[in-house]
Structures are given as structure tokens and as C-alpha cells.
Write a protein that binds this ligand. Sequence first.
Ligand code: ATP
Length: 371
Amino acid sequence: MSAPNARFTVAVYPGDGIGVEIMEATRRVVAAAQEAVGGFALDMTAYACGAGNYRDTGEEISEADFEAGRAADAILLGAIGLPSVRKPDGTEIAPHLRMRAEFGLYAGVRPVKLYPNVPTPLKDARAQNIDLIILRESTEGLFASVGKGVVIDDREAREQLVITRSVTERLTDQAIGLARGRKANGAKGLVTCVDKANVFAAYAFFRKVFNERMDLATDLNRSHAYVDAAALDLVRKPWEFDVMVMENMFGDILSDLAAGLVGGMGMAPCAELGDEHGLFQPAHGTAPDIAGQGIANPSAMLVSAAMMLNWLAAKHDAPAMATAGRGLERALEIGFENGSVRPYDLGGDTGTEATANAVLAALPQALDEVK
Ligand code: ATP
């Protein structure tokens, strides 16, 4: 167990657009959870990073501020990018993609959970039980080709997909760890491999390596789904899934589809994990259409921060931090339950600050419940 009052450093990159607004709200809630639970300390230092910084300084992020992320115990990131700011070659400002690559963040953990009173497009009553994880590989797959695609003589374009044994093994092990943790709390203990192994050698290899690792996890069940069938079943019966593991591009697409079942991007948290580093951010972007109005839904960012506390707690054997993480997530759930959390994107009227205040108000009850 870590020493009482252990200190952890968190590099905070609010970023652009609504990233800045939801980060402010999240820092308040995290600080309140830390203070209420005690037994650990967080040094949360903010660094400039993103499209606004590029416009103002010519740099997406300074080397020193990038290295602060590497040195920190965890990284908390809002959202990056502004439509009006592009590099000379037309590409977007994306320092978080460099973080993903350099910090080896191969495991994108995307919880998909329907909170009470949040509208879902599914009419089936079982939709109330949607609670699954999409584990998106985040450093290779089709995205290994980013920046390397070629257009030949304006006649043909090519990209190359990469699957490695090393990453697939560790990704599957992450899926196994997630499924075990969830099973301990009553989930099915089911890991589903999503691929297109019937058509492509690379996906057949992905499935083969997945099966080899799963052979070692005899306490869990496994299933396989081709990605097209998985898309269908995510709409038809998402409550049957537990942990779904897949290649980068498939995860990119299916995680947005799944977010659409549980309230949209404002409800889509994400943890990007490697063997050493962890970066926590909502899956949504900077939402330029609503930025500056104080109406962004901070839920995805709050749950991402809760995931950060839980991950730090497990890594450093610091149970107090896990109490804070579970308490934060439960406080949000209580807010949805009792109707004090009603974000605008879900048809409600609580802005970013009011939503955070409602979560703060629910925190004492939540901490009582999870302790
Ligand atoms: P990116 O390519 O960076 O993901 P995007 O424009 O495709 O950006 P988002 O920025 O995620 O996607 O926005 C998609 C839609 O979802 C927008 O209409 C936006 O207003 C809405 N949205 C995203 N996040 C939130 C949020 N936290 N609260 C409310 N609405 C949101």
C-alpha cells in the first residue's frame, strides 16, 4: 500500500473550446473529492497545449510542457483543436496523438453506460442496463498509416494496416483485467473480440493472438463478432456485451455508435492506457458550435477523471484514491437519478457549472455509499 498522504502529480491540459470549460468544472469536483476523502494529495498543474497555443506561439505545445506530461503520474486532457487553426499543410493541431504514440497509450478504454433519466434512442426496456466497455487499440491498426498514405498519380490511394503481436497481447491482457474487475462487481466476465477475421489476414492474426491470451484466462468467457455484426448487435442488444476489444479504426467508429445509445458525446469518457502512462480525456472534441456559452456537458470529463483516480489507485495501491474515484462517479449517477443533473445536450437546463455544482452536492452521499 502507498504511504498515507502520498502525493501524485497530474499534468492538466485543458486544450481548446469546451475543453477549457469542462476542465475547470472537473478540477473543482476532483479537488472536493480529494479533500473529502483525504489520505492522498494531487498536484494538478495546467499546461498550455492545443490549437489556441499554436495560434499564439507557433507551437502546439512546448517541449518542456510535453515532458511535464511524461514525468507526471497521470495526464488529464480536455479537448484539442479549433476549425480555424490548421498547420500549413492543412492538418489539424493534434499534440495528443503524439502523446499516444510516445507514451505508448495502446489501450483506449471507452465505457458506454446509460445513466438514469438519460434518454436513449432504444425503446427496449433492457436498454436501461447498457453498461459495456469498448477497448479500442489506439497506436496501430489502420491509424498506423497516418501521415504515410499515398495517392498515386491521382488514380489510386493506398493506406496500410498494422497489427503486431506485442500490442495485441497487451491489449487483450488489458481486456482481461477490465473484465475481471467488472466481474468482481457482478458483470458477466465476457470478452468479445471484434474483427473481420473472415476476410483479412491481419484481423485473423488479431483473433489468433486474442485467443492465445484468452486461453490463459480460464475464469472468463469469450465470444467473437465480425465488426458488421457487432454494429448490428450494438443497436439490437447492447446489454449483452461486457468488454469488447478491437482494432483502432473499428473502435473509432463503434465507440461513437455506442455513445449514441447513451446520450451522445457528452456522455463518452475515455482512458488511454499504456504499460506506464495513463491519459484521461473525454472522447468528444472541442465542440466549437457551443464553446464559450457555458452549456457543455462535463459528464464525460468527470467520469474520465474518476477513471484516472481509479487507475492511479490500482497502480499505486492507494485505496483512498479509489474511494474518491468511485465516489465521483457515483455522485454523477446520483445527480442524474435525483434530477439535479440535467445537461443541455440531453434536453435539460443545467450548464457546465450548475452540473458540476449538482455533482458536488451529491458527493457526501456518494462517498458514504462507496466507503
Ligand atoms: P472532433 O473531430 O475533435 O471529435 P467534432 O466536431 O467531430 O470534433 P465534437 O467536438 O465531439 O466533434 O462535437 C460533436 C457534436 O457533439 C457537436 O454538436 C457538439 O456540440 C456536441 N458535443 C460534443 N461534446 C459535447 C459536450 N461535452 N457537451 C455538449 N455537447 C457536446
